[in-house]
Design a binder for this molecule. Structure first.
Ligand SMILES: [Zn+2]
Length: 149
């Protein structure tokens, strides 16, 4: 996917502005590279790695270094402005979708799909309650292979 500067649609622009505002509220200084990295993250639907974010950011500004991307993602993660996943890989992948959702990871391609399921959440909350816990957080990842035919 090639991202063109200035080609973001109004809805995405609003979401980007919201993310930027949350970063500023959290005390993050908004430099040019950070703005670009946020835009790349906001537009990504595929939970990109540091390397992928770097490749896309360079399309806007070729001077952005992988170290800057790495540092920025770590800061955003520390501030809970992005979510970091390990999935099945040995490297971290990032997303800005902080709404509760789950992932199905294709073991063959590494492709990640998101899903939500209220009934499943209710079941998990019920299980935690039955065990005497108030649920604070949980992780759920499905790893699968696409069915053929
Ligand atoms: Zn996700």
């Amino acid at each position: 996917m090639v991202i063109q500067a200035g080609a973001i649609q109004a809805g995405q622009a609003a979401m980007l502005a919201d993310l930027e505002r949350r970063c500023i509220d959290a005390g993050l200084k908004m430099t040019g590279p950070r703005r670009i990295i946020l835009q790349v993250l906001r537009e990504a639907g595929d939970h990109p790695s540091v390397e992928t974010v770097h490749q896309r950011a360079k399309e806007f500004d070729s001077s952005i270094s992988i170290a800057t991307v790495y540092r920025t993602l770590n800061i955003l993660d520390d501030m809970n402005l992005v979510r970091r996943h390990e999935f099945n890989d040995n490297y971290a992948r990032f997303e800005t979708n902080l709404d509760h959702h789950y992932h199905v990871i294709d073991v063959a391609t590494g492709e990640v799909q998101e899903f939500q399921d209220r009934k499943l959440e209710a079941s998990i909350e019920r299980i935690a309650a039955a065990l005497g816990y108030e649920l604070v957080d949980y992780k759920l990842e499905l790893h699968g292979r696409k069915k053929t035919g």
